[in-house]
Design a protein around this ligand. Structure first.
Ligand code: ADP
Ligand code: ADP
Length: 234
């Protein structure tokens, strides 16, 4: 089942043509990996999926990104709502310099969440495989956690706003091998419930976690393009 379709997506930064004619499907509750050399446009394409490129000065996009068949760039679409359904996790863990508890509740508060906040914190941290490590120090500043814990907290923070899709831009490349392994295990656990797109430059990681792989390349003018889309070779 396709949840997202990119159709002839072209992205410019000012006059620079960063990505040319990218078309690919994203299947529901699968992991899609974007792989390719540095500068081939993986992050740029990833950010087009939740309109994060809107926040980059000079970035323009042509073509279509369909989410449940709806064009995400249509005039009546609110990018804030899109980013709620299509969450994002970055390369460098970026928890708010606040308590672990507040990191989780922040997005829910903005969204006017009326449920039980304690329960939201516990379930979100459990889904991110962090609860047991932090349940006795929820009031502690998130920046005191290890890098790997901070990244799982960022994943928990994203899960707390109930997304359908999670975009991950090299989520483990700032982490040590043990923390990386934990993130990979977590991705395999989460894909039962969520659709995941992960940018990685690590072929081994792509083969361990993904179902489908989009290989990007870059031409002589430094424009990125999709070279191949295929089931991941395990
Ligand atoms: P990748 O994720 O594959 O390393 P990126 O999507 O980050 O590639 O970058 C693709 C190309 O777009 C590169 O040439 C990069 O220098 C350029 N680029 C990325 N972000 C910006 C930006 N904000 N402004 C201008 N050029 C950018
Ligand atoms: P079962 O129905 O088999 O009892 P649960 O729904 O209780 O399974 O969940 C099993 C595991 O999956 C638990 O570790 C739980 O934390 C995790 N889990 C449940 N719902 C989600 C979700 N939406 N996202 C990520 N993990 C989840």
């Amino acid at each position: 089942q396709k949840i997202i379709t990119l159709e002839d997506v072209n992205i410019h930064y000012g006059s620079f043509h960063a990505v040319k004619d990218a078309s690919l499907p994203i299947y529901e509750k699968q992991v899609t990996a974007f792989i390719g050399p540095s500068g081939c446009g993986k992050s740029t394409v990833l950010r087009s999926i939740n309109r994060m490129n809107d926040m980059i000065r000079g970035a323009t996009i042509d073509g279509q990104v369909l989410f449940h068949g709806q064009d995400l760039y249509a005039k009546d679409v609110d990018p804030v709502l899109i980013r709620r359904s299509i969450g994002m996790v970055f390369q460098k863990p970026n928890p708010f310099p606040k308590s672990i508890y507040e990191n989780i509740t922040w997005g829910a508060k903005i969204n006017g969440f009326k449920g039980d906040y304690d329960e939201l914190v516990e379930t979100s941290l459990q889904k991110a495989a962090l609860w047991d490590e932090v349940k006795d120090k929820l009031k502690q500043n998130a920046l005191q956690l290890s890098g790997g814990q901070q990244q799982r907290l960022c994943i928990a923070r994203t899960l707390a706003v109930q997304p359908e899709v999670i975009l991950m831009d090299e989520p483990a490349s700032a982490l040590d091998p043990i923390a990386t392994g934990r993130i990979e295990e977590l991705i395999l656990e989460l894909k039962q419930y969520y659709t995941i797109v992960i940018v990685t430059h690590n072929m081994g990681q792509a083969s361990r976690v993904s179902d489908n792989t989009a290989f990007f390349m870059v031409d002589e003018g430094r424009t990125g393009y999709l070279e191949e889309y295929a089931p991941t070779e395990q």
